[in-house]
Structure formats: C-alpha cells, structure tokens
Ligand binder design. Structure first.
Ligand SMILES: Cc1cc2nc3c(=O)[nH]c(=O)nc-3n(C[C@H](O)[C@H](O)[C@H](O)COP(=O)(O)OP(=O)(O)OC[C@H]3O[C@@H](n4cnc5c(N)ncnc54)[C@H](O)[C@@H]3O)c2cc1C
Length: 344
C-alpha cells in the first residue's frame, strides 16, 4: 500500500511538473510535495508569450495559477533555486547553494533549452532567445529600438514570434534549412508550402541556406549565410529547435540519449526517479520505439502519467494527438504542440 508520508520532489515548474503535482496531491493527500525551479517566475502559459509583447499586461497575467493555489494545495514552491546534481543512491539532490534535499520519489520535469548549433557557438552573445517570461519582459522593453529581426532557423518558436513581430510592424527574415524545422512534420512539399505561406505574409525567406557568421554592424548585426547572403538586421533570434535541459544529470548514472530515457511507465533507469515533458525521451509501445517529446499537451499528459505511476498505479504512456499551426489559412502539423495561428 502507498505510504501517506512520502516526500515527492519535482524538478521543474512547467506544464509537466504542475500537472504531476496536481495528480499527486489528489492521489496522496497526506504526502509532502515540493516543486523546485531555477526560474524566478512561476508556471505560465508559453503560448501566450507572443501576445504578451503586444499589450501592456503584467507578467502575472500569464500565470496559470495564482501563488495562493500552491498554498491551498499544500505544495511547496521553491523558485530561483537550481539543481546542480542528482544522487540516486542517496535519494538526494544538490542545489546551487549547496543545500541537500532528500526525496522518496523524484520527478524530473526540467524542460528544454534552445539548441545552439555548434557552428554558431562563437556568436552566442549576439543571438537573442525567446523562451521564458523573463525573455519576453526584456524584449517588450526593447520593442521601440528595432525594426528588422532575423530568425536563425525555422522552429515553431520562431513562427510564433514572427506572428507577433508582424503585428508590431517589424520586418522579418527567416534563414532556413532542413535541419532546423522543429517540431514540424517536414518534407520537401511541406517546406515549399511553408515558404510560400511565409512569403505571402511578406516575410523574407532565405531557404536551403544556413547562418555561418554574425558580426556587429553599428547598433545592428550582419547575419552572413553559407551561400554568401548578408542580412542587415537589428536582432537575430535563435530559433533552431530545443534540446533537453539535463546537464545537471552528468555523473548521476541515469541513462540519457537526447533526453532522459524513460520506459512506458515514464520511469528512468534509476530507482524512484521518473521523468516527463521536454526533458524526456519516451518509449512508446505504439511505436515500439523512443521519441523525444515536445509541446504543452504532451508535457501535461506525461506529467499526469508519471504522477500516477509515482502513486503506484500502472499507467502506460500513449502518443498525443499532433497539433497544427496555421499560416495564411494553411495547416502545418507539429509533433505534440497545441496548435496556434499566426493569421489572427
Ligand atoms: C515562446 C514559446 C511558445 C510556445 N508556444 C507553444 C504553443 O503554442 N503550443 C504548445 O503546445 N507548446 C508551445 N511551446 C512549447 C511548450 O511551452 C513546451 O513544450 C512546454 O513548456 C514543455 O513543458 P515542460 O514542463 O517539459 O518544461 P518547461 O515548461 O520548460 O519547464 C521546465 C522547468 O524546469 C526548470 N528547470 C530546468 N532546469 C532546472 C534545474 N537545473 N534546476 C531547477 N529547475 C530547473 C525550469 O526552471 C522550468 O520551471 C512554446 C514554447 C515557447 C518557448
């Protein structure tokens, strides 16, 4: 029988972590639940980030739950605290300030971070990222200082952001090649359809090319491509996909590939540790194979299934419905993103 006094610790205050916390609280009302997150802001809806740029709303308008929700549900929320190490043998986490935290059962829901192609690593400081509430607040403050933006890559975050930039009257250029459509279903037909739709929106598309160099030019930047194009721009966004945020697992002994490998019950290779959301590479019985997961709907579903297994239910994972992104009335299929449109 499930012990009532279990201490559940969740690394990550995103869709997966919160969905798990909610399920754990319902399933084991007497347990201790702690969510630890490296971010200063708490659980918010990423799909609203672009519209946040368009108005003057406070950042709390993006929050899914008010802070009081955590208190009411007896969930301890620890923000701005980074895990640097996981020690499965001791059931222990180490935080950046050297505190040690014990867990009975651990969920890793640490999400993903922007993928920086190795060839562009030298230009990291010249690239802007748009992945969280702090990025959005900083960008909103700078909106009056730029007119043209370049998307280095063709991921859904770039498309999402491009929609907002157009509404703000900015011009947009995409530099695309087949390696950085993420997580869009991709083949030559989809690529041409996407390029056609972006062009109809008056977005410049530099296709079958890649960014090779970025240099400062006065207050702006020159983005140079392999085929010799020089794009004069004010801001270059890194939009080449995401990779799991799992550096803190180095030396833990937990099996990872691209992400943390989990079985069909979302369990990792380490005892009493589960993983869910964008940090996980999941074994799907339907595919008889592993798949990297992404998107809000996926993260919520996987957080819920992990939690049910942390409550000793035996729940098997299944594939989420694909989402769709609409551009100029045409739909593009994504692996696991809740859909959005950049037309409205
Ligand atoms: C701009 C933007 C727009 C998006 N729009 C959509 C959309 O329209 N539809 C859709 O389906 N998806 C969208 N997504 C993707 C979606 O937000 C992600 O798939 C989802 O947030 C993944 O959830 P998650 O719980 O796995 O990770 P996240 O929500 O990223 O949460 C990860 C958590 O882990 C914490 N963490 C990481 N490392 C550590 C550490 N070492 N110590 C402590 N805490 C740590 C972080 O602080 C964070 O709290 C968008 C993403 C972005 C960036």
């Amino acid at each position: 029988m499930l012990k009532k006094s279990l201490k559940y610790v969740i690394i990550g205050d995103g869709h997966a972590g919160n969905s798990a916390a909610e399920t754990l609280r319902k399933g084991n009302p007497g347990s201790e639940i702690v969510i630890i997150s490296s971010k200063p802001t708490h659980y918010f809806d990423h799909s609203l980030l672009a519209t946040f740029l368009l108005d003057k709303k406070d950042i709390t308008s993006l929050y899914v739950y008010p802070y009081t929700w955590y208190k009411e549900n007896n969930i301890r929320l620890r923000l701005n605290q980074t895990i640097t190490k996981v020690i499965p043998d001791k059931h222990e986490l180490i935080l950046a300030h050297n505190e040690r935290v014990y867990y009975d059962r651990l969920l890793i829901a640490s999400g993903a971070k922007p993928k920086l192609p190795e060839s562009l690593s030298r230009y990291k400081n010249l690239l802007t990222v748009f992945t969280d509430a702090v990025d959005a607040m900083k960008l909103r403050e700078r909106l009056g200082t730029f007119k043209h933006v370049t998307m280095v890559g063709g991921d859904c975050i770039g498309l999402h952001l491009a929609g907002a930039m157009l509404k703000l009257g900015k011009s947009v250029t995409f530099v695309l090649n087949e390696y950085n459509f993420w997580p869009l279903e991709f083949d030559e037909t989809v690529k041409s359809k996407l390029i056609g739709c972006l062009k109809k929106k008056h977005i410049e598309v530099v296709a079958d090319d890649m960014t090779t160099e970025i240099v400062r030019d006065g207050t702006g930047l020159n983005v140079m491509t392999k085929n010799g194009k020089i794009i004069k721009t004010d801001l270059a966004f890194l939009t080449s996909g995401m990779v799991p945020n799992i550096d803190f697992l180095d030396g833990s002994g937990i099996d990872v590939q691209t992400g943390i490998l989990v079985d069909e019950y979302m369990h990792t290779s380490a005892q009493d540790i589960w993983a869910a959301g964008e940090c996980a590479t999941v074994y799907y019985p339907e595919l008889k194979d592993y798949r990297q997961t992404t998107g809000e709907i996926n993260a919520k579903a996987l957080g819920n299934i992990s939690a049910r297994n942390m409550l000793d239910e035996k729940k098997v994972v299944s594939l989420a419905e694909p989402g769709k992104i609409t551009i100029e009335g045409e739909d593009f299929i994504t692996y696991g993103w809740k859909g959005f449109s950049i037309d409205i």
